[in-house]
Design a protein around this ligand. Structure first.
Ligand SMILES: [Zn+2]
Ligand SMILES: [Zn+2]
Length: 107
């Protein structure tokens, strides 16, 4: 996840553009909009479609590529760790809420 740039002139995230983040097969390969973003307590970002997932649905993508694909993610650059943001559809505003670690991830 290094060695390429994205052309951002203004990068609001505290994390580097080339940080590896998690997405899912629906977003990456089936063009599903991103409807759920989670910033984990270990600093990992997740950009997901909002559906339930198996491990095999996960995809790694660099943060810069994700933001280029979905510029509205720039508004979530200051989302604290252990918080998540959701929206009902693209273009709607993100609803932020604390995202406490949950052992049975059946959300
Ligand atoms: Zn998905
Ligand atoms: Zn990239």
């Amino acid at each position: 996840m290094s060695g390429h740039s994205h052309g951002f002139t203004n990068w609001p995230f505290a994390d580097p553009e080339n940080l590896a983040t998690f997405s899912c097969v629906h977003v990456m390969e089936r063009s599903h909009p991103i409807l759920r973003v989670a910033h984990d307590d270990d600093g990992a970002w997740q950009f997901l479609c909002g559906q339930l997932h198996d491990m095999e649905d996960a995809r790694l993508v660099c943060l810069g590529c994700m933001v280029k694909r979905e510029p509205e993610l720039l508004t979530l650059a200051d989302l604290p760790r252990e918080w998540c943001a959701e929206r009902d559809s693209p273009g709607e505003s993100w609803i932020r809420e604390p995202n406490p670690a949950d052992p049975d991830e059946d959300e």
